[in-house]
Ligand binder design. Structure first.
Ligand code: AMP
Length: 197
């Protein structure tokens, strides 16, 4: 979607994992919370996103993955955008049931060299232990991608993030896609809601 729509994709989870790996001040502060699946503080995450989207590569627009996750983040971000004459055009809700999410997330892993994503059951590499794309033989699994932590993250989602749906619905920017569909179908649905915006 990045190339097709000329947007820069930013994942707040990815930004935080890099901070943890690089042992930055923020990384040290959030490491424990992330490992147990807790959300990190609102002001920290909003400041991090605000700083990042001011960089040049975000000038023609961004896709935010994993942000905002609480009403307070959404309100702070709204203010930030309004002050700069920017707007949020579209929010995509990925509809999926919780147990399917536990299975999907707990089974995923990626190539440590090129980042290609895999799944134990749904998308194993063609040759066991070897990346299809780059031939790498080392893989990574996120510390928080285990069934217990995923269930905890889903609870947080229902309590802290689901209320955002009403907030965005009232703004008229919310669209849903069926995240239970297969990957190709889901990509088509995403493209069509993005094209319509
Ligand atoms: P993700 O990669 O989106 O699943 O995020 C991984 C972890 O990073 C989450 O479980 C939180 O600990 C933290 N995180 C990412 N985005 C946010 C956010 N918007 N607000 C609070 N915590 C976040």
């Amino acid at each position: 979607m990045e190339e097709k729509f000329g947007l820069k994709a930013l994942s707040t989870g990815e930004m935080l994992r890099t901070a943890v790996e690089e042992k930055t001040k923020i990384g040290i502060r959030v490491e424990e919370r992330m490992a147990s699946g807790d959300l990190v503080p609102d002001d920290l995450i909003v400041a991090m996103v605000a700083e990042r989207i001011e960089e040049l590569d975000c000038a023609s627009g961004v896709i935010l993955d994993g942000f905002p996750r609480t009403l307070s983040q959404a309100r702070m971000f709204d203010e930030y955008l309004a002050e700069r004459g920017m707007a949020l055009n579209l929010v995509i809700l990925f509809e999926a049931d919780d147990e399917a999410m536990v299975k999907r997330i707990s089974g995923r892993f990626s190539c440590a060299r090129c980042g290609e994503g895999y799944h134990d059951v749904n998308k194993p590499p063609d040759r066991e232990g070897v990346c299809d794309i780059c031939g790498g033989r080392r893989f990574r699994r996120r510390a928080d991608d285990n069934p217990e932590t995923v269930r905890h993250r889903l609870e947080d989602y229902h309590v802290q993030t689901e209320p955002l749906l009403l907030f965005f619905r009232e703004k008229g920017v919310l669209e849903s896609v069926d995240a239970m569909a297969d990957i190709e179908q889901l990509e088509l649905e995403m493209e069509s809601v993005m094209e319509a915006t």
